[in-house]
Ligand binder design. Structure first.
Ligand code: OAD
Length: 256
């Protein structure tokens, strides 16, 4: 079948769905200029493997290195704006109000685009918390209210003095329990799941399409290349989400 026919078929499936769930990964933000986690890093960071920086042991060993890495990623993300993929997903939610997005992304481009029901599995890069979570888990810290030598690494927690860290999920850490439960619920209840821009290698996020499939959902993937999830997908739309999602939306509109 041609891509055009597959897009029309996807629109038919979505149109007749009762419970639409979307799983997104870094690919959906790529056209906004946010490099995916596994893209080669440039400049100073080229010699580091991000996975070796995104963990608690690395932070304990060298808090300044890991903090500076996240400051670098924040700098890249700051000017980013939602792309037509994010905008199309927000429009889809307006049309199917029961829809929710489960995202692995730590940017807030879905919310910026107007999506309301967003389940965040991996936290938010713009937020920070106390490394020791001294006031309960999490203990948010607003670093804009703090004064410290920014060249020296993370500020100390104003409550206990432990270093402040980004409020994202690191390798080896548990996901926020409420968000994980909401994601499993949305997956198990889905009759159609869109899997957009994820390599499907990081669990438990990558388990969500399996939960959906086990409960008889139809899985539609949007990704320019095959992912680890492609083998269980029913319909693969090969292409960039910023191009394909608006076309799906147009196909939906065209047939009422
Ligand atoms: P990855 O960087 O692993 O994968 C990005 C996926 O997006 C790949 O499959 C690409 O082919 C695809 N892609 C690239 N450009 C695209 C485009 N324009 N449209 C659609 N798809 C495109 O990102 P994730 O799967 O999100 O976790 O990675 C999962 C997690 O791994 C991240 O959340 C992060 C990382 O470890 C944590 O930070 C805990």
């Amino acid at each position: 079948m041609s891509l055009e026919a597959d897009i029309a078929h996807s629109a038919d499936l979505i149109r007749s769905s009762q419970r639409l769930t979307v799983l997104t990964g870094a690919g959906v933000s790529k056209e906004s200029g946010v490099p995916t986690f596994r893209d080669a890093l440039d400049g100073l960071w080229a010699r580091y493997d991000p996975a070796q920086l995104a963990n608690a042991a690395a932070f304990q060993r060298d808090p300044k290195l890991v903090w500076d890495f996240y400051e670098y990623r924040r700098e890249i993300m700051r000017p980013a704006k939602p792309n037509p993929g994010h905008t199309a997903l927000a429009a889809l939610e307006r049309r199917f109000p029961a829809m929710s997005i489960i995202t692995q992304n730590v940017d807030d481009l879905h919310e910026q685009a107007g999506s309301r029901s967003v389940i965040r599995l991996h936290g938010r890069i713009s937020a920070n918390k106390c490394f020791a979570n001294c006031q309960g888990s999490p203990t948010p810290v607003d670093v804009t209210a703090l004064e410290w030598d920014r060249g020296s690494g993370p500020p100390p927690c104003p409550h206990c003095g432990a270093p402040v860290r980004p409020d994202v999920v690191w390798f080896g850490e548990a996901l926020p329990g409420d968000q994980l439960q909401a994601a499993i619920h949305a997956s198990e209840n889905a009759d159609v799941m869109l899997v957009v821009g994820t390599s499907g290698v990081v669990r438990p996020a990558a388990d969500m399409p399996y939960y959906a499939k086990r409960h008889r959902a139809t899985l539609i993937e949007i990704n320019p290349v095959e992912s680890d999830l492609t083998p269980i997908i029913d319909l693969w739309l090969a292409g960039a989400s910023g191009e394909i999602l608006p076309r799906v939306l147009t196909a939906l509109g065209a047939h009422g």
